[in-house]
Write a protein that binds this ligand. Sequence first.
Ligand code: DX5
Ligand code: ZN
Length: 217
Amino acid sequence: MSLYISPSVLAADFANLERDVKMLNNSKADWLHIDIMDGVFVPNISFGFPVMQAINKHANKPLDVHLMIVNPDTYLEECKNAGAEIVTVHYEACTHLHRTIQSIHALGMKAGVALNPHTPVSVLEDIIDDLDLVLIMSVNPGFGGQKFIENAIKKVKATKALADSKNSNVIIEVDGGVNANNAFDLINAGANALVAGSFVFNSENPIETIAELKGKG
Ligand code: DX5
Ligand code: ZN
């Protein structure tokens, strides 16, 4: 199975977004990870849809959008208009998760569900058949550059087991503190998409760092 690498634009230089997006275009990145925060679901605010639209103008790869916001249903159409191909909502932010997933699909996008570090994988039992992607958070969402939570590896295994038991080919993505040291364990556990922010953008040569991660697959 192929490995998708999704560098997080949250760690890019916001004053040089065009430059950084073009760098990602020229790299082995498969997607661009776009973190939208509202200051309510998470204690931070990143950027919104006008900035995402500006990123999309220069990007030649799919936008993998991670909504860390309450009431995501309100913004699904804006996501579509701003170029999202994959939209991931948080389990913890959706009362009617099945309806939200249906709305994402109705707009022609792929749908993912993210789980905070404390949320057990078992909550996906009755929704996984409807998903294109599961996002296992390996940090508490809201900030880049945090330390990887080891328990995420166990959760990836549990997600893979649940998916296999349902004959589901759902993509298993991991987000937070991902680097070359934990990538191998995550892939072995069943992850096939890795988000990486600071590991990529704080490295001396982001293009090589992306290739290094890609090479783990
Ligand atoms: C955290 C975001 C992540 C973040 C990852 O809330 O969802 O996507 O950008 O950054 P690193 O890789 O630095 O942990
Ligand atoms: Zn993210």
